[in-house]
Each structure stands twice: as C-alpha cells, then as structure tokens.
Ligand binder design. Structure first.
Ligand code: DC
Length: 647
C-alpha cells in the first residue's frame, strides 16, 4: 500500500498491548549470542530491525531457534562469533550496525558491514575512532566517518582508556561497552564530551549486568570494566513493551480524551522513554502509573498546555511531542534534540516540513524546533514519511484534530511496529454504537449504515447466538456459567462476508433459529460469558471505523463511542418483522408466540443485573415503529453526520 488514509477522528480510548522494545530486543540478542549458555528470550519484537539482527547473528554462526509466540532460543558462542569471515547487510538498523561493528572489530575475523543508502549517511566515525585507539583494524569503504566498513583481525591493547565522543549518538558508547568483555581484560572508556540520550546507556548497563558483566560508572564520564568478566546466560529473559511506541498511544489519550491504557511498560520499566509520560504531565495530561501499564487522559481543563522542554533524555519519544504541539494552547519549544538530524532521516527538517503542511508555523534550529499550532488544522494533508517509522506513527495523531489526512508510504512502520495502524485503529477508529431491543431492526439498519460509511460491522448478538449454539451442540448446560464462558472464550467463529462459520460449519441460519435466540438471551445473562466476549468484540474496532450493533455496545463495550443510537420499535411491530423474516426463510412461526417471546425476552434483558437493556443517557433515540428500513437508515446516518467530524 502506498498510503494510509486516516479519517477525521473523534477521540481515542481503550487498551493497547505494546510490541517488544527495539532497544532491549537487539541488545539482548547480541548479549545472548556472545554469552556462554543458552538464552530464551520472550516477547522479542518482531520487526525489520530485529530481523536484521537475527539474520546477522545467524550468518555469524550463532544458533537461533524460533520457539513460536515471539519466543526465541539463542545458543551463545561463549565469546566471539564462530564464523570468522562474513559480509553483513544491516538495512537501516542503527541498533544492529553500531554494536556489531564494535563486537566484530574485537572478534578477530574478516567482516564487511553495509546498509541502505541512508545508513551510509549516518555517522559512525566516533565509534571507529574509539576502536582504532585500542588497535582495532576498521576501514571505511566509502566516505571516511560513515559506513560501509571493513574489519580485519588485529591485536587489541587496553592499557590506556578509550576516549570517545558522546554528543552525536549514545550508541557508540553502548557498542563499545557491550563489545569490551570479548577481550577479557580490564578496560576503561572515557566520554570526552557531553553524553546525550543517557537513559539508553542505562538500558545497556542494566542488560549487561543481567548477563553477568558489571560496569563501574563514574558520573557519565568514565566507565570501567574489571578484568576477567565474561557474559553468562541468565536463562530466560523477557522483553518489556516498547516505551517509544507507547508515546503514540499516550499522546492519543492526552489529545483525544482517553483513557488510553498501554500495557507492557510502567513504573518498573528500564527504558528512559517512559519519561515521555512525565512530559505529557507538563502539557496538562492526566497520567496514571502501574508497574506494567500507563494510562493517559486529556487535561481536566480540556486543552493541552504549551511547553518549552529540554528533551535530550527522550530523543525518540520527543518526536511525538512535536505533533502533540499541534494541539497545545500556544507556541511550544522542543530543545536539545540535535541527534534527530542523524537518525532514520533528518528528523528536525522532516518534522518542520510536515507540520507546516498541517498549517503550523515552525521555526527550525540546529538543535531545536519551535511549533506554533494553527487555529485549525489543514484538512487532507498528504504527509511524507522519509522512510522513517516514527514520522508515520507521529503524524497519525494529527487526525485526532478532526481532519482527514493521508500518510504516504506507511509500511515504513515495519521497522519497529508492523501492526501500528491496527493498534492505532483499536483506540482511535470511530465507533457507531447501535443498541436496542431484539428485532428492533438494528441488525439490518446497522449493516446498511456500515456499508454506507465504508465501516466495519460487528453484529455482537451473533457472538451470543454462536456461544449458545456451541453450548447446545457440545451438551453444555446453558446455566453452566464457567462451561459456557470457556466455550465463548475459544469460539472458533469466522465471519466470511454474509456467512458465519463455526469451526468451518456454516451456521448462518442455525444461529437465527428461535432456539438459538432464546439460548443467546440466557447465556448473555452470565457475567463470565460477557467478560469472555468483551475483548473479542473490541478487536473489531478498526480503521476507518466500526458500526457495532448490540444491546450493550454503547454502555459496556464501547462506552466512549462518539455516536450512540438507541433503535427501538413497539413490541408488536418487532414481532411482525420477525414473523416476516422467518416466513421468508421458510421457517414456521406463530405471531402470538413470537410476540410473547419478545416481551418475555425484553423483560428478562431489562431486568438482568449485567448489561441490562436500556437507553444510554448520551444515545439518540430512533423509534422505527412507523419507519421503513430506508427511512431508519437515513435517520441514523443523519445522526452520524452531525456527531462525526468531516463526514
Ligand atoms: O440481537 P440478537 O437477537 O441477535 O441477540 C441475541 C441475544 O444476545 C439477545 O437475547 C440479546 C443478547 N445480546 C446481548 O446481551 N448483548 C449484545 N451485545 C448482543 C446480544
């Protein structure tokens, strides 16, 4: 796909499970490869950059096995790599290129390292200088100071401290520190400049320690390794969620109302980018911390506050603030971000150019950006992404300003977050919730509204019907709450166009029988069954939007839905409609029984303690008793147009 069109979005709320951290994933892979013993890594990020690292390690002779479900087994070499001559292509993965350069320079083999054109524009001179000081033989194959590189065996001398600059990228220091234990002797690294992005060094030291190597740190200037330390596998490790990726969702909560909950990072995270949540607090957002989750809500007062912040400690997540600035109440300054210029693209220039497309006034400095939001965002901007995943992810947030926009080349998100737009849709895609009693015509109306809007459609009643049918077929009593809930949780249901399949059996008609309907009404009264179906229903929320039909869509499943409609009709009208439906399908029915069943079901659904049938205070009432289908659809679409921006 060449672009991702985003509709004008009305708000953001919900829960996102984060993918694994890129910084942690690639460090753990390298350390596990160099360690003695076998390491199992759980929740490894599956993305371009980690695939680059996995492939490079395989080529270097490291045994790597996929265990399924994002778990990997790495059989450590217990020192340098077994393969002594190799050519490695490392794409645009800085977290692979820099550490591998250092490790290979100390490994005693012949290696060539290259990447994509942009990788060859990203500096590596400070690292090569550091390695040459201790005798390493690293040569430039193109421009001095930049990849591609060639490495040859050399005698390494560690008698004097290695002096390295820390003001261009902290990855040079990370690379040196991670590689030095290969030499096995005492070593000291001195940083000769201000060190940027310090929290990334903390991640490095933390992970090295888990593999048994302790670095003595004196301030941010001097790092010492005692002799004889080698990496030993800690056994099983788990990669926490990606804190930089969390920034998009937290910002969405702050901009789009929230609450948005990210799971996988929190108070106990070792990633510096969790401090992005503190920055959001400065903007007035309401933040709640758990050990392994963070929740963001909009400021109690409404609008985000303008900010002036030094963001050196969170260079990646800081990009998200540049887009959040579009929603602030004044001019915002992002300071001390010079490293942006040597990332996947020149991010300062790229950010300035694209923010201007949305109407912002932007001042661009060598190491800062000043962003003044426009009175209203420009609609239908086409945002370029410069092969930079973070540009694509950041700018998706602009749609929360109630303007449709286009993200060009959105597949660049695969670098760190292949499913980004699906996850974003889960919290930001607009939901039209259509509730109402059985046979109110909501199914037909909802499906027609979805088609008219080009939205996805969820018929939640069918999930309860499928659950009841499964129970009836499996001989599970309909009041066996745990038994039915277990069936609901694992429902092998599939919606294939108009047809509904249950474990490959076409049950489209079977779930429409009165027996299945009555059964559905019974199982729907069991709290455990409702809980089992909750996340499943929420997973239907996707871009560009969802029409969700069912009696608790607006109250429980999507309580923040920007459009809620309560569709009803008199019991008599509903009984008549159902009667007609059944006759058309050649199913025998009696009007009187149908009416009586409906009235009983209404009473049961309204009286039950879990998700009772009722009209939400913020739902628009549409009484379809006197209406035909066309008219009912038209009146719902009317409500939708009034509530959703730019439709
Ligand atoms: O809308 P329907 O007739 O297909 O629904 C079948 C049963 O499931 C009905 O008794 C109500 C129940 N149901 C529910 O409790 N919550 C939903 N979201 C959808 C249906």
């Amino acid at each position: 796909m060449e672009h991702q069109d985003l509709p004008a979005l009305a708000g953001a709320d919900g829960t996102v499970r984060l993918p694994g951290s890129k910084s942690i994933s690639n460090r753990m892979l390298l350390l596990a490869a160099l360690a003695a013993g076998t390491t199992t890594i759980r929740d490894l990020l599956d993305s371009d950059d980690t695939r680059v690292m996995l492939e490079a390690l395989r080529r270097l002779g490291i045994g790597i096995e996929a265990l399924g479900g994002d778990a990997w087994r790495v059989i450590g070499a217990g020192g340098a790599f077994p393969v002594k001559a190799a050519e490695l292509f490392l794409g645009n993965a800085g977290t692979a290129f820099r550490p591998l350069t250092a490790a290979l320079a100390l490994a005693g083999g012949h290696y060539r390292l290259s990447g994509v054109a942009r990788m060859h524009e990203r500096p590596i001179g400070d690292l090569v200088d550091g390695l040459r000081q201790i005798g390493a033989d690293v040569r430039y194959l193109g421009n001095a100071g930049f990849p591609p590189l060639e490495i040859h065996p050399a005698a390494i001398a560690l008698d004097t401290p290695i002096r390295v600059r820390g003001d261009v990228s902290s990855q040079f220091l990370t690379a040196l520190l991670m590689a030095l234990p290969l030499v096995g002797r005492a070593a000291v690294v001195e940083v000769t400049t201000e060190l940027i992005s310090k929290p990334y060094i903390e991640i490095t030291l933390n992970l090295m320690a888990r593999f048994g190597v302790v670095v003595e740190r004196e301030g941010w200037q001097r790092f010492a390794l005692a002799a004889g330390q080698t990496y030993r596998s800690p056994g099983t490790l788990h990669v926490e969620g990606d804190a930089s990726a969390a920034s998009y969702f937290l910002a969405a909560g702050a901009i789009g109302g929230g609450p948005v909950r990210v799971e996988g990072v929190g108070r106990s995270s070792i990633q510096g980018d969790v401090r992005f949540a503190d920055a959001l607090t400065v903007l007035g957002a309401q933040i709640e911390w758990g050990d392994n989750f963070i929740v963001a809500r909009a400021p109690a007062a409404g609008k985000l506050k303008a900010f002036d912040l030094d963001l050196n400690h969170i260079p990646d997540a800081a990009m998200t603030l540049a887009v959040a600035a579009l929603f602030a109440d004044g001019t915002c300054a992002l300071r001390n971000i010079a490293s942006w210029r040597v990332k996947e693209t020149d991010r300062i220039a790229a950010m300035a150019t694209e923010l201007r497309k949305l109407g912002a006034t932007v001042e661009e400095g060598a190491d800062y950006l000043r962003v003044t939001p426009p009175p209203a965002l420009v609609a239908h901007a086409a945002i370029d992404t410069y092969d930079d995943h973070r540009m694509a992810m950041c700018f998706s947030l602009a749609a929360l300003g109630g303007v449709p926009l286009r993200i060009n080349d959105p597949q660049c998100v695969a670098k760190t977050f292949p499913d980004y737009f699906a996850s974003f849709g889960r919290i930001a895609a607009p939901v039209i919730a259509i509730d109402g009693p059985s046979a109110s015509g909501k199914g037909t109306v909802a499906a027609r509204v979805a088609a008219a809007m080009g939205f996805h459609y969820l018929d939640s009643g069918s999930l309860y019907r499928l659950t009841a049918l499964s129970a009836l077929r499996a001989g599970v009593a309909l009041d066996d709450e745990a038994g039915v809930a277990a069936l609901a949780a694992a429902l092998p249901a599939e919606f294939a166009g108009e047809r509904i399949l249950l474990a490959d059996d076409d049950v489209t008609d079977a779930i429409r029988t009165e027996e299945a309907g009555v059964g559905a009404s019974k199982v729907a009264a069991l709290p455990a069954v409702r809980a089992a179906l909750l996340e499943r229903q929420r997973a239907y929320r996707r871009l560009p939007g969802l029409v969700a039909d069912g009696r608790d869509m607006g109250s429980v499943v999507f309580p923040q839905a920007p459009v809620k409609v309560f569709l009803t009709a008199s019991a008599e009208a509903r009984a008549e409609r159902r009667y007609k439906q059944l006759m058309e399908k050649g199913m025998p029915a009696k009007m009187r029984t149908l009416l009586q069943d409906l009235q009983e079901r209404d009473a049961r659904d309204a009286a039950r303690s879990v998700a009772p049938l009722r009209q939400e205070a913020d739902a628009a009432l549409v009484d379809t008793t006197p209406m035909g289908i066309e008219q009912a659809v038209a009146s719902v679409l009317d409500i939708v147009r009034r509530k959703l921006p730019q439709r």
